[in-house]
Design a protein around this ligand. Structure first.
Ligand SMILES: Nc1ncnc2c1ncn2[C@@H]1O[C@H](COP(=O)(O)OP(=O)(O)OP(=O)(O)O)[C@@H](O)[C@H]1O
Ligand SMILES: [Mg+2]
Length: 336
């Protein structure tokens, strides 16, 4: 009974759910596909497989936008599907620990609690944990005893820059730059330089393969539609063009890290200086970002080993280790 505990990191592109029963983290696309505006057709990774490929009567969408729940009804449906799957089709009463962003309104924060409460997943207890605190725990940082930890999570829609001290958040800022902006920059550059239209998934693949391609000294080979002839063609995209086009977004992220550093109380600076920046989130892995951040801030940059799962792994620690229970809190009844 006590084993029925889930930890949820509701990302814009990926939902991560920690399951206490087998100590595992499920990662699936946080996406739902609906047919003819009313029938649920697919969810998770299988909905994503259809994205940009499905006929017009099937619409796939992400219910979370910019880190907050935008489409409550579909998010409830999705969450129920996932929890039901993880429970082997037999939902049992369970406790839920949900990671929430810090730099959002109280109403947006409360929506994470309401989501679990209203999704019919037999929630007994619902606790929330600030995302950056979970992130820190997931990266094995002693967040409860450190005075000054700088965490940068580069996700799909957003980047969250936070300063932690003694288990709490001192400063946090959410900016609207992440992996999606990187993909869009690549699409725009390919269109401009090669008169070629490529899909979002192709752009994402170029971004994810960039490091390997650079190492091998090979260009990215892509298929797309030629703007002039309208015909499908194959083209070679030089990695240098991809790198150049991403730099502007990298600078936006690095600038927001600098702004946070400027506002950080000086007493916390020593630990930050000693340990450097903890960089995580799926899109943190993009080639050159960590190196440029190191150069731009003068601080060491520690890239997470498993950046997509760090928040969920941190929730796992809160769930399993009584020593960390105090970072979780209840918002039941608050704001109502
Ligand atoms: N190897 C890689 N290199 C570069 N980018 C990657 C890599 N693997 C995943 N990504 C990118 O990481 C992003 C997803 O990361 P993550 O799961 O942390 O985001 P999210 O939590 O869903 O989003 P958000 O935090 O904005 O709500 C996508 O944009 C994806 O393209
Ligand atoms: Mg995220």
């Amino acid at each position: 009974m006590a084993n029925n505990v889930f930890g949820i990191d509701l990302g814009t592109s990926n939902i991560k759910i920690y399951n206490r029963v087998d100590d595992s983290v499920m990662v699936e696309k946080n996406m739902i596909a609906i047919e003819n505006k009313k029938t649920y057709f697919a969810y998770g990774d299988s909905a994503f497989d259809m994205y940009e490929k499905a006929p017009g009567n099937i619409v796939a969408s992400y219910p979370v936008c910019n880190g907050v729940i935008a489409d409550i009804k579909n998010m409830e449906v999705l969450l129920k599907y996932f929890i039901n799957d993880l429970s082997g089709g037999n939902l049992k009463p369970a406790d839920f620990y949900v990671a929430v962003p810090t730099d959002v309104t109280e109403v947006e924060k409360r929506a994470f609690y309401d989501l679990v409460k209203d999704a019919n997943v037999k929630a007994k207890k619902i606790m929330v944990v600030e995302k950056a605190v979970a992130d820190g725990l997931g990266m094995d940082i002693d967040v409860k005893n450190s005075q000054g930890v700088l965490i940068v999570n580069v996700g799909y829609d957003t980047t969250e820059v936070s300063i932690l001290s003694l288990g709490g958040i001192v400063l946090s800022r959410l900016i609207k730059v992440g992996g999606l902006k990187f993909d869009e920059a690549i699409r725009n550059a390919v269109r401009k330089e090669f008169s070629l239209i490529i899909g979002g998934k192709t752009a994402e693949k170029i971004k994810m393969n960039l490091r390997e391609l650079e190492k091998a000294g090979r260009p990215a080979v892509v298929y797309g539609r030629d703007i002039v002839t309208g015909l499908p063609v194959e083209r070679e995209i030089p990695t240098d063009l991809v790198h150049q086009t991403l730099i502007e977004n990298f600078h936006t992220i690095i600038d927001s890290v600098k702004v946070i550093l400027e506002r950080t109380p000086p007493e916390l600076g020593a630990d930050i200086y000693r340990h450097g920046i903890y960089l995580t989130g799926g899109a943190a892995q993009v080639s050159h970002l960590a190196a440029l951040m190191q150069k731009g801030t003068g601080l060491k940059v520690n890239l997470a080993e498993n950046p997509i799962e760090s928040v969920a792994r941190g929730l796992a620690k809160v769930i399993k280790d009584d020593n960390y229970k105090s970072v979780a809190y209840s918002i039941e009844g608050m704001g109502r």
